[in-house]
Design a protein around this ligand. Structure first.
Ligand code: FAD
Ligand code: UQ1
Length: 448
C-alpha cells in the first residue's frame, strides 16, 4: 500500500507537522487512480497538466475535461470588434493537452475530498493523491429573464462572453445606425472585468467609421460604482469616455431583456427603481459564478461558492492535497489568464515541494493584468496586485493608450499562449518586470 505524507502548510516555511495526515491511494479494481488529477482543461488546467506531466511522467496525471474544444478567450474581444477571426481562438483539446497525461473526457459531477475521489458524468470514480481544480466560471445568462431568448432571436443582442454568440457581435455593431448601443456589466464577479468596456470602445470607433456616431448614443450601464477597480487606470478610462462622449451609468444592473419591444430593464442599485431603455444594440455580460458541480461541494468552497484557498499558497484551506488555480478559486484577485499564469508558477513550486515532503516556498501576490483596448491600435495595459497597486512590467507609463501594448495583446500574447503558456513555460511577466528595473525595484507603485 502506497502511503503519502501531506503537510498542512500556513505560509512560507511553516509546516505544522502534527497536522500531517496519511491516506491510502489504493484503488479498487474498477477505479482509476492518479498521482495528480487536474479538473478542467482550460487555461489553468492545460498549463498545470503540462507542468506536472513533464515532471511526473506518463500515466501519473489525468485531466478531466468534457469539451472537445479549447478556446483562447482573451481574443474574443477582438473577434467581437472584427479584428480577429473566431477560428484563431479555437484548437482541439486533444492537441493542446500534454501527450503524457490521460484525458478523461467527462465532467466532474461530485467531489469526495474525504476519500480523495471524484465522480464523473459517465459514472467513473477517479482517485487521486493530489488534485488541482481549475473549472473556470459558469455563465448564468438564464438569471436574466429574456436574455437567452434575445441572444437566440435578436441579431442585435450579443455577447463576447460565449463561443456561441461572440461571432454575432461584429455584424450587430456594423448594423447599428442610430438609437442606444448599450453595454452591460453584471452584479457578480466576472472574468476579465475590463472586457465589457473594451468591446464598447471598439464599437464606438466602428460607429465613427460608419458615419453614424452622431446618431448613436453609447451607454455603459454597470452594476459597479466605478469604471475600473484600480484608481490609476480608472482615471485614464474616465478621460477616454469623456473624450469619446460615452455615457456611464453606475449602479445599473440588468434585470430583464424584452426582445419583442427592444427594451432592456435595469435596476438602479441605489434607489431600487426600475429603468427601461430601448436598444438598437445590446452587448450582454452575463452574471457569473463558480460551476454548479463545485458550488455543491460545501466542504471545498467558501460562502460565495469558490474553492477556498490560502491567498498566498493557493492550497485549499481544508484539504492540504488540493489546490486551485484561476477563475473558480477564491483568491481575491481580478480573474484573468494573466493571473492564471502567475498562479500556475506558484502552484508548480508549492505542490512539487509538498509532494516531496518539503515546505511550500512560493507566495502569490495577486498579480493580474487586463489589456484595456480602447481602439484598434490603442491599449492601456493594466497590471496590479491584491491591493490594487499597479505592478507594471514595462519601464513606461502603462496608463497611456499605446500601440505597443495593443500589438502585445493582439499578436504577441496569442502566440505566447499557444506555444508557451499551455506547455507550462509561462509563469507571468515578473522576471521581465524585475529585469527591466535591473533588480532595483519590483515595479509596484502605491495607488495615487
Ligand atoms: P477556463 O479557461 O474557462 O477553463 C475552465 C475549464 O473547466 C473549461 O475547459 C471547462 O470546460 C472546464 N469545466 C467546467 N466545468 C467542469 C466540470 N464540472 N468538470 C470538468 N471540467 C469542467 N484574460 C486575460 O488575461 N487577458 C484578457 O485580455 C482577457 N480577456 C478576456 C475576454 C473575454 C471576452 C473572456 C471571456 C475572457 C477573457 N480573459 C482574459 C479571461 C480568461 O480567459 C480566463 O480568466 C481564463 O481562461 C481562466 O482560466 P481557467 O482555467 O480558470 O478557466
Ligand atoms: C499574460 O501573461 C496573459 O496570459 C498569457 C494574458 O492573457 C492573454 C494577458 O492578457 C497579459 C497582459 C499577460 C501579461 C503579460 C505581459 C507580457 C505583460
Amino acid at each position: 500500500m502506497q502511503m503519502i505524507r501531506v503537510f498542512v502548510q500556513r505560509g512560507r516555511g511553516a509546516c505544522i507537522s502534527n497536522a500531517c495526515r496519511f491516506f491510502s491511494t489504493t484503488p479498487s479494481a474498477d477505479q482509476k487512480s492518479y498521482k495528480l488529477v487536474v479538473v478542467g482543461g482550460g487555461t489553468g488546467g492545460c498549463s498545470t497538466a503540462a507542468r506536472f506531466s513533464h515532471h511526473l511522467g506518463k500515466g501519473k496525471v489525468a485531466v478531466i475535461e468534457p469539451s472537445e474544444t479549447h478556446f483562447y478567450q482573451p481574443l474574443w474581444t477582438l473577434v467581437g470588434g472584427g479584428l480577429k477571426t473566431f477560428e484563431e481562438t479555437v484548437r482541439p483539446t486533444k492537441d493542446v493537452l500534454p501527450k503524457k497525461c490521460d484525458w478523461i473526457k467527462a465532467k466532474v459531477v461530485n467531489f469526495d475530498p474525504d476519500n480523495n475521489t471524484v465522480t464523473t458524468s459517465d459514472g467513473q470514480k477517479i482517485k487521486y493523491d493530489f488534485m488541482v481544480v481549475c473549472m473556470g466560471m459558469q455563465l448564468n445568462f438564464n438569471q436574466i429573464p429574456g436574455a437567452l431568448e434575445a441572444l437566440k432571436s435578436d441579431p442585435q443582442v450579443v455577447s463576447n462572453y460565449a463561443p456561441w454568440t461572440v461571432q454575432k457581435t461584429f455584424p450587430a455593431i456594423k448594423n447599428t445606425r442610430d438609437g442606444n448601443a448599450i453595454f452591460t456589466f453584471p452584479n457578480t464577479p466576472i472574468k476579465c472585468a475590463g472586457a465589457p468596456q473594451k468591446i464598447m470602445y471598439l464599437a464606438e470607433e466602428q460607429f465613427r467609421k460608419n458615419g453614424v456616431r452622431d446618431k448613436v448614443t453609447v451607454l455603459y450601464n454597470t452594476a459597479l460604482g466605478v469604471i475600473f477597480g484600480v484608481k490609476k487606470y480608472a482615471g485614464r478610462l474616465l478621460k477616454v469616455v469623456e473624450k469619446r462622449n460615452i455615457k456611464v451609468n453606475y449602479k445599473r444592473n440588468l434585470i430583464e431583456v424584452k426582445p419583442d419591444k427592444k427594451e432592456a430593464v435595469f435596476e438602479n442599485l441605489d434607489s431600487g427603481e426600475k429603468e427601461t431603455y430601448t436598444y438598437s444594440m445590446l452587448h450582454l455580460t452575463p452574471p457569473m459564478s463558480a460551476p454548479d458541480e463545485l458550488r455543491q461541494c460545501k466542504k471545498l468552497v467558501n460562502d460565495a461558492g469558490y474553492l477556498e484557498v490560502n491567498n498566498e499558497t493557493l492550497q485549499s484551506t481544508r484539504y492540504p492535497n488540493i489546490f486551485s488555480i484561476g477563475d473558480c478559486s477564491s483568491a481575491p484577485t481580478s480573474k484573468t489568464a494573466a493571473a492564471v499564469a502567475s498562479q500556475g508558477g506558484v502552484v508548480m513550486k508549492n505542490l512539487t515541494a509538498l509532494m516531496n515532503g518539503k515546505p511550500m516556498p512560493k507566495k502569490y501576490d495577486g498579480y493580474t493584468s487586463c489589456p484595456l483596448i480602447t481602439a484598434k491600435g490603442r491599449c492601456i495595459l493594466a497590471e496590479f496586485d491584491y491591493n490594487g497597486n499597479p505592478l507594471e512590467t514595462f519601464p513606461i507609463d502603462q496608463g497611456k493608450e499605446r500601440w505597443s501594448m495593443y500589438h502585445l495583446k493582439a499578436d504577441v500574447l496569442p502566440y505566447m499562449y499557444w506555444n508557451q503558456m499551455l506547455k507550462g513555460h509561462w509563469n507571468g511577466p515578473s522576471f521581465f518586470r524585475k529585469a527591466f528595473r535591473l533588480g532595483l525595484s519590483d515595479g509596484s507603485t502605491k495607488q495615487s
